[in-house]
Design a protein around this ligand. Structure first.
Ligand SMILES: [Zn+2]
Ligand SMILES: [Zn+2]
Length: 345
């Protein structure tokens, strides 16, 4: 089968190769991939950023966001059948550590990921533990189902803490998950949703996803604009996706007293914080890591099935697997939001 592999350390270093698909072993399923999404984590690996990427053994098939049809079921798997349509949770949780036993599998002490620790989904087939499969109705298009994993992070971010209903929300950073958070906040009853980013394509997409105002952060003073639109009070909820120090500060300063600061984007380096600001403003700090398993999946899919959220505008390109490297370059050039890869297209 064809597979997009990271073959060399450093920037780029990817190639489409012919790889043998692996049979499903005990407790595993094999999927015939319908669609797979390129995400920020894949970009970090492509760019060979510190942290996750550096623990990889190469060559490795990349990718962890996917939808497909089960074509093999290993021994001991009885809740998933051949022919089932599934999306994948990307956290391969152990199920037995303390966080897992406390119902916080998204914080599992031993989490591993397809596309990093085992071969991933940018291929015709992938073989994974059956416990990370989420069954979909067969009429849900693969191109939507492949985006449920990132959409879950957006829904998780909107439902933690005080939620969003009846509140003003700032989404800072309009990559795919930020854009999905704009739509999720809208669907979950936010009073108003403001979005900020630097990239014009992303800002136009934020408007298509339901943002009341899309703020170009290098041309508009985001903090002043947000204050202006909230009678000087600031927003109730600020969700930080950019991972940048400027973004972190903009969200903090845009927040009302006692508001929710929800941190999703991982800063690449330490950000200095003056805790006197913290004492004076008393925000509630909430970190969002992955999706609650399976609570968030249930909530996220209900929003999709109800038609309350349309993820269509986030899917900017659909490329055959053979042109996967172009998908990475489109993102690098700021010309794509979420490219999907489709095997055999
Ligand atoms: Zn991802
Ligand atoms: Zn665990």
């Amino acid at each position: 089968m064809l597979a997009l592999c990271k073959i060399e350390e450093g920037l780029g270093g990817v190639a489409v190769r012919s790889v043998e698909p692996r049979d499903a072993g005990a407790g595993e399923i094999r999927l015939s991939i319908g669609a797979a999404g390129i995400c920020g984590t894949d970009m970090q690996i492509y760019n060979w950023a510190p942290r996750m990427a550096r623990r990889m053994k190469l060559p490795r098939v990349l990718g962890h966001e996917a939808s497909g049809v089960v074509d093999q079921v290993g021994e001991g798997v009885d809740d998933i059948k051949v022919g089932d349509h599934v999306s994948l949770e990307s956290h391969i949780y152990c199920g037995v550590c303390r966080p897992c036993r406390l119902g916080r599998a998204h914080l599992c002490n031993a989490t591993t990921y397809p596309g990093i620790d085992i071969d991933g989904v940018f291929a015709d087939h992938v073989t994974v533990p059956a416990r990370i499969a989420w069954r979909n109705p067969p009429d849900l298009p693969h191109e939507v189902a492949a985006m449920l994993e990132p959409f879950g992070i957006a829904v998780h971010a909107c439902l933690e803490g005080s939620g969003v209903a009846g509140q003003t929300v700032l989404v800072n950073g309009c990559g795919p998950i930020g854009l999905m958070a704009v739509a999720a906040a809208r669907a979950l009853g936010a009073a108003r949703v403001f979005a900020a980013d630097l990239n014009p394509l992303r800002l136009a997409t934020a408007e298509a996803m339901g943002a009341d105002r899309a703020l170009k952060a290098d041309e508009t003073d985001v903090v002043a604009a947000v204050r202006d639109m909230t009678s000087g009070e600031g927003v109730d909820v600020g969700i930080e996706f950019s991972g940048s120090e400027a973004g972190f500060r903009a969200v903090f300063e845009s927040l009302c007293k006692g508001g929710d600061f929800r941190l999703v984007g991982a800063p690449p380096a330490a950000i200095p914080v003056d805790f006197t600001w913290w004492l004076l403003k008393c925000p509630r700090m909430i970190n969002i890591h992955g999706r609650r398993i399976w609570e968030t999946w249930q909530q996220a899919t209900e929003l999709i099935h109800a038609g309350a959220v349309d993820l269509g505008p986030v899917r900017s390109h659909v490329l055959p697997l053979s042109e996967a490297a172009e998908g990475f370059e489109l993102i690098r050039r700021g010309e794509a939001v979420k490219p999907l890869l489709v095997p055999g297209a």
